[in-house]
Design a protein around this ligand. Structure first.
Ligand code: TPP
Ligand code: MG
Length: 335
């Protein structure tokens, strides 16, 4: 990963595509498990895969930090979270890595992967990411911090505070907005008076870039450029990736109440998997057979992950207080 400002190689694009296929297959499975009453809640990443995976590939996992949003399954997979770990989270089982199965799936922290997502409260990750970038600067490290957020989150106060502070201090942050046109049921035109979130960048003294978030290669390039800008001390960038949200806001939402089937059908024409697949077939990097094999492998891995989680137990009561309070007494209080 992190190959400078040139476009991604065919090999890199193929790896991104493999991860996108895995993410879509896994996401479809957890949605199905929700419909079967097995997964309590799902915020689907379907439609967002290219922007999430394209951005990760332009960074340095292992040293860079990733402040994720609840819809960022593809970021986590791309960073190395396994499908089994993901499934343990959605089914709230023992062994879940981010919060000990206490939180909304994909929330918590995964320090080994450089991932922080402490809260479902919209926008809170933005100032936290800026704080981490300031710490990186003060320690003389060259860590870049990327923070993912939605178009809806761009309306909260924390977003302004975070961008303003990062702009003033030229901090190594990438503000990565996944603009899917909705904050639950609230469409873009009721959320903001300008067409693009990126237009606000000027007010914070940083570049604002609008990119096709369904095109993994375009996102990779935009993120590479933002990363080298950040690493060389030139400051933050606001990237606005235009994406589609194929499913309702979460599995608890019914989007038939605020958008029609025609709109979703049009959105599905911009399928990031299809766009990359056609590019790879066209350049001879992928064959139809190899594509089928990728899907078969993804199904096998997701089946295995499902079995692992379904056969895992729920966290026991004896660990009820673990990771909730700092243990300064040598033992957890008895329940
Ligand atoms: C401070 C706060 N207000 C409201 C909510 C309820 N809420 C959860 S997600 C969401 C919409 C966020 O939309 P957006 O940022 O565009 O992200 P998307 O879900 O579209 O990816 C809202 C309003 C919340 N969690 N936190
Ligand atoms: Mg949104």
């Amino acid at each position: 990963m992190d190959h400078g400002q040139t476009g991604p190689s065919g090999e890199q694009l193929l790896e991104m595509y493999r991860q996108m296929v895995l993410c879509r297959t896994l996401d479809e499975r957890v949605w199905m498990l929700n419909r079967q009453g097995k997964a309590a809640i799902v915020a689907s990443a379907q439609g967002h895969e290219a922007c999430q995976i394209g951005s990760v590939h332009a960074l340095r996992p292992g040293s860079d930090l990733f402040y994720t949003n609840y819809r960022d399954l593809a970021v986590l997979l791309s960073l190395g979270m396994t499908p089994g770990e993901v499934m343990l989270g959605f089914l709230a089982r023992e062994g879940e890595q981010m919060s000990g199965a206490r939180q909304f799936p994909l929330h918590g922290a995964y320090p080994k992967l450089g991932v922080v997502n402490l809260s479902n409260v919209v926008g809170t990750q933005l100032p936290q990411a800026v704080g981490a970038a300031l710490a990186s600067r003060m320690r003389g490290e060259d860590t870049v911090v990327i923070v993912y957020f939605g178009d809806g989150a761009s309306s909260v106060g924390e977003c302004h505070e975070a961008m303003n502070f990062a702009g003033v201090h030229r901090l190594p942050v990438i503000f990565f907005c996944e603009n899917n046109g909705y904050a639950i049921s609230v469409p873009r035109h009721l959320q903001m008076a300008v067409e693009h979130v990126a237009a606000r960048a000027e007010g914070y003294g940083m570049p604002g870039v609008v990119v096709d978030g369904c095109d993994a290669a375009a996102v990779y390039e935009a993120t590479s450029e933002a990363a080298s800008r950040a690493r060389s001390g030139r400051g933050p960038t606001l990237i606005e990736a235009m994406v589609e949200r194929y499913l309702p806001h979460t599995s608890d939402d019914d989007d038939r109440r605020y958008r029609n089937a025609g709109e979703i059908e049009a959105a599905r024409k911009r399928d990031p998997l299809r766009i990359l697949r056609e590019r790879l077939l066209g350049t001879g990097v992928l064959s139809e057979d190899a594509d089928e094999t990728l899907y078969a492998e993804a199904r096998r891995v997701v089946d295995e992950a499902t079995e692992l989680a379904e056969s895992a137990s729920y966290p026991g009561l004896d660990g009820f207080y673990d990771h909730v309070y700092a243990d300064q007494t040598g033992g957890a209080p008895s329940p």
